[in-house]
Design a protein around this ligand. Structure first.
Ligand code: ADP
Ligand code: ASP
Ligand code: MG
Length: 411
């Protein structure tokens, strides 16, 4: 069972999470719970660091950020003990979560769950601090924003758990962010493939890596509300899902920035050098556009999007390459947004992209970049147009409650 930040935000909610955990134990299940930091704690810790240092050291950042989740676990263990059960909280390191050494966005390499097993055998309820681990060089690491989802899936995989329940502040995975589209529909089931595309394009309800990990280790995810009972959304293999509608969901992100390089020499190896440098500095590049200059020997223009949090790192990496390649100018734009539609059914259907573009055009929204996969179409637009674009696309594809596509649920 994993509880997100809103679900443990105050004393009352911690007690409610404790009651849910205890209820599962009393139903005869062995329970490990992974908790996030309370409410806005992680944001507050980041702000504290920035007050002290404009470019905080990443190792020390991880020492700081990992404390939020420890607080939640210790408090919840106290609440569980008061309900007459025996609980034990563990840091990521104590729980055996071993990661690589890339501070602030480490990847889990292994879960050595013997300590969790021991505690379960002693009939304890185990609380594991989410979002953190210990690196192969014995430093505390964190797993990137939203990383407690990945902790939960990794622990579930290591223990061979029946299910990984992700308790959050919405009732499951919806056809769009319910905060932007009030009549968004809860999906009773979504395939790994679609969920990967949704998470990658901004549906932060599940961290992208948690979905990758679940697919690779066959973990059954059930994403559901920590406030109301009833089933949420199951994330399943394609073979287990019904035939899907054309379009399943509209997603969005305003957390990206665009970098445009002007005067890139038109010769073999230029792109390799640019994106090699970005990869070496750990920046994850998304949509890339390079125009073909008219006339041989003329300079090209290359644009791409990256997470805003990687912007400073990317600029540093590009400065070095710019001199070497003779790039004329590096422009950045933080005011971009991205809207995407995702659906396994669109693979074999013509005309979906045209309908996306017509819908945005109908609202007077200009498309600045386009990228596609077999089951996703993404458009970069102005950030301020994102809510309107999401609502328009959700309506155009009739995804809302009362839309023509019915949701059938697991077989
Ligand atoms: P937690 O703190 O529980 O990890 P998050 O804030 O990380 O919760 O993720 C839940 C939020 O994700 C919801 O409150 C919702 O606004 C947002 N969200 C974005 N897209 C979707 C979607 N398609 N379905 C459900 N929630 C979404
Ligand atoms: N507390 C971390 C964050 O805010 C991790 C998580 O909540 O999953 O990103
Ligand atoms: Mg989250």
């Amino acid at each position: 069972m994993k509880f997100g930040g809103t679900s443990v935000a105050d004393a009352e909610r911690i007690r409610r999470a404790a009651q849910r955990i205890v209820a599962q134990r009393e139903a005869g299940n062995r329970v490990v719970a992974v908790l996030s930091a309370r409410g806005q704690t992680t944001d507050e810790l980041i702000a504290m660091a920035e007050e002290v240092s404009p470019t905080p050291d990443r190792r020390e950042m991880d020492m700081l950020l990992s404390t939020g989740e420890r607080i939640s676990c210790a408090l919840c263990a106290m609440a569980i003990n008061d309900l007459g059960h025996r609980a034990m909280s563990l840091t990521g390191s104590q729980a055996g979560i071993v990661t690589d050494t890339s501070h602030t966005k480490a990847r889990i390499l292994d879960v050595r769950a013997d300590r969790i097993h021991e505690a379960l055998t002693e009939d304890r309820i185990v609380l594991v601090a989410g979002f953190q681990g210990v690196s192969t060089s014995r430093d505390v690491t964190t797993l990137g924003r939203g990383g407690s989802d990945t902790t939960a899936v990794a622990v579930a995989a290591a223990l061979g758990a029946e299910v990984c329940e992700i308790y959050t502040d919405v009732a499951g995975v919806f056809s769009a962010d319910p905060r932007i589209v009030p009549n968004a529909r809860k999906l009773s089931v979504v395939s790994f493939e679609e969920m990967l595309e949704m998470a990658a394009s901004g549906a932060k309800v599940l961290q992208l890596r948690s979905v990758e990990y679940a697919r690779n280790h066959s973990v059954r995810i059930h994403c559901r509300s920590s406030f109301v009972d009833g089933p949420g959304t199951f994330v399943l293999g394609e073979d287990e899902t019904m035939e899907r509608p054309l379009v399943t969901a509209v997603t969005h992100s305003t957390d990206e920035a665009r970098i445009t390089l002007l005067g890139v020499p038109d010769r073999p190896g230029a792109a390799a050098r640019i994106f090699g440098a970005l990869a070496d500095s750990g920046c994850i590049v998304d949509t890339i556009i390079q125009n073909e200059p008219l006339g041989h020997g003329r300079d090209a223009e290359v644009s791409f999007t990256i997470p805003q949090e990687d912007l400073a790192e990317a600029q540093r990496a590009l400065q070095a390459v710019a001199g070497e390649l003779g790039i004329a100018q590096i422009d950045t734009d933080r005011q971009i947004g991205k809207v995407s539609i995702v659906g396994a059914g669109m693979r074999s259907y013509p005309g979906v992209a045209a309908k996306v573009f017509q819908t945005l055009a109908g609202k007077g929204i200009n498309i600045e970049m386009i990228s596609t996969s077999p089951i996703k179409i993404s458009c970069v637009i102005r950030a301020e147009a994102v809510p309107q674009a999401v609502q328009a696309l959700h309506g155009a594809f009739e995804l809302g409650v009362g839309g023509i596509e019915e949701d059938h649920g697991p077989r």
